[in-house]
Ligand binder design. Structure first.
Ligand SMILES: [Fe+2]
Length: 401
C-alpha cells in the first residue's frame, strides 16, 4: 500500500464471530445453544441435502439436545417464492434459529427469511432501488430477526460474513439487494471439508468471485487501510491456492486457504465496497442467468483494461501479491505485470474472457448496457476510472463480447 495517505478517516464494521477449521461443523450444536436456541431450522438446497452434506450438522444439533428440522427448498437462484416457503417452514415448525448451510444463494436467502420473520411488508420494499445515485430502498429494516449461523459450502461470495442479501424477483427479472448490519449472520462456521464436494467448474466460479471481490475492493478509491490489508492478503492466498483447489478438490489445505480467502474478502468488501465488475455481472446475471462468478471471471480482464490508467500503483501491489518480481520495474510496467498475472490465473482455472462463447447474444448487450448505465453512479464515484458516457459502458461490453 505504497501510496496510502494516512491522514484520511474511515469506518470499519467488525464481522460476525468466525469459527474456522476442519471439523468445526461439529460445534454447531454448542454454538446454537449459546445463542439460546432450542429449535433450529437447517436451511439448505435440495442437492446438498440429497448428498448428505447436512448430516454432520443435523447430528451435532441433535447431540446437543436440540430439536432439528431441515428446509431444503432453496433454489440455485434464490427467488421471492423460495424465501417465502422457508419463512412458512420456519413458522409452521415453530423454529427459533436458522443454520444456513450452503452456498451464497442459501445464506443470502436465510438473511431475507430472518428479515421477513419480524419486519412488515414485502421483501421487495427492502430492496435497493439501483437507479441513479441514490440506492436507498423504500423501507428501512427496523428489527433483527432470528439468529443465523452460516455454514458455507463454497468459497466465494463471502455471504457467511456480509450484511447483504440478493433475491431474484421473477416479475421484474431483477435480483434485488437488501443490506443492513442487522442481516449479518451471528456466527460463521467455516469448515473446509464441506467445500470438498464442489466440482471444478463451481470451484472456478466461486473462486473467481472471491478474486474479483478482493480486487474490486482493493481498487476502490477510498481510505480503507484495514479492508485493503485483508483484500491484498486474500489476493496473495487466492493466487497460490485457487489453481490447486481447482486441480484437486480433495486438497483440504487448498480448500482451507480458499475458504479463509473468501470469508476474509467478505469482511473486506463489506467495508470497502465493489466496483463495476459486480455491476456488469449482476445485470448480466439477471439477463443471461449465467453463474455470478463465471460472469465475473469473463469480465475481469476487461474491467482491468478499462480502469488501468487510474490505478497503476494498486495494480503493482497486486502484481507483487501474485508473486511477480517487480523490483526494478517502473510502476506502470509493474501494473501491466499485475494484469498479466490475473489473466494467467483466470486461464489456469479455465475462464474464457468472451461472453459470446457462453451463448450471450448481441441483443442482450444493449439491455445490459442500459441497466448498467442507469445505476453506475455510486460505483463510478469510487472507481479508478468512472463511466462518463453510455458509450463507455457499451464499448467495454463489446470488448468482452
Ligand atoms: Fe460477488
Amino acid at each position: 500500500m505504497g501510496m496510502t495517505n494516512w491522514s484520511g478517516d474511515f469506518e470499519f464494521r467488525s464481522p460476525a464471530r468466525i469459527v474456522f477449521g476442519v471439523g468445526t461443523v461439529e460445534r454447531v450444536g454448542e454454538i446454537a445453544k449459546s445463542l439460546g436456541s432450542k429449535t433450529p431450522l437447517i436451511v439448505t438446497d435440495p442437492i446438498l441435502h440429497e448428498i448428505g452434506l447436512t448430516e454432520g450438522a443435523e447430528k451435532a444439533l441433535r447431540d446437543a439436545g436440540l430439536s432439528v428440522e431441515v428446509f431444503s427448498g432453496i433454489a440455485t437462484e434464490p427467488t421471492l417464492e423460495s424465501v417465502e416457503n422457508a419463512v412458512d417452514a420456519f413458522r409452521s415448525a415453530d423454529r427459533d434459529l436458522i443454520v444456513a448451510l450452503g452456498g451464497g444463494s442459501t445464506i443470502d436467502s436465510s438473511k431475507s427469511v430472518s428479515l421477513l420473520l419480524v419486519n412488515e411488508g414485502k421483501l421487495t420494499e427492502y430492496h435497493q432501488s439501483r437507479v441513479g445515485t441514490d440506492w436507498t430502498p423504500p423501507r428501512k429494516i427496523e428489527k433483527r430477526g432470528a439468529h443465523i449461523i452460516s455454514v458455507p459450502t463454497t468459497a466465494g461470495t463471502g455471504s457467511e460474513v456480509t450484511a447483504g442479501s440478493g433475491v431474484f424477483n421473477p416479475d421484474t427479472g431483477i435480483k434485488g439487494w437488501a443490506g443492513d448490519p442487522i442481516l449479518r449472520p451471528s456466527v460463521a462456521i467455516c469448515d473446509p471439508e464441506l467445500n470438498a464436494t464442489m466440482p471444478p467448474n463451481v470451484t472456478a466460479n466461486t473462486g473467481a468471485d472471491a478474486l474479483s471481490q478482493a480486487m474490486e475492493c482493493y481498487l476502490v478509491n477510498r481510505f480503507k487501510p484495514t479492508a485493503d490489508t485483508l483484500a491484498i492478503k486474500a489476493i496473495e492466498v487466492i493466487g497460490k491456492y485457487l489453481p490447486k483447489a481447482f486441480a484437486n478438490g480433495q486438497d483440504i489445505e487448498a480448500r482451507s486457504a480458499m475458504l479463509w480467502s473468501a470469508t476474509t474478502v467478505g469482511v473486506a468488501f463489506g467495508n470497502g465496497g465493489l466496483i463495476h465488475n459486480h455491476t456488469y455481472s449482476e445485470v448480466l446475471g439477471d439477463v443471461t442467468h449465467l453463474p455470478h462468478g463465471r460472469l465475473l471471471g469473463i469480465m475481469l480482464p476487461h474491467i482491468l483494461d478499462f480502469n488501468f490508467p487510474g490505478c497503476h500503483e494498486k495494480l503493482a501491489d497486486i502484481a507483487r501479491a501474485l508473486g511477480e518480481d517487480i523490483d526494478g520495474a517502473s510502476t506502470r510496467d509493474a501494473a501491466e505485470m499485475g494484469v498479466i498475472a490475473v489473466n494467467r490465473l483466470l486461464e489456469e482455472i479455465e475462464m474464457d474472457d468472451k461472453l459470446s462463447n457462453y451463448g450471450v447474444t448481441k441483443a442482450q448487450l444493449q439491455t445490459v448496457a442500459e441497466r448498467v448505465w442507469a445505476q453506475h453512479g455510486p460505483r463510478s464515484a469510487l472507481s479508478p476510472r468512472a463511466f462518463r458516457t453510455f458509450d463507455d459502458v457499451m464499448d467495454l461490453l463489446r470488448q468482452a463480447y
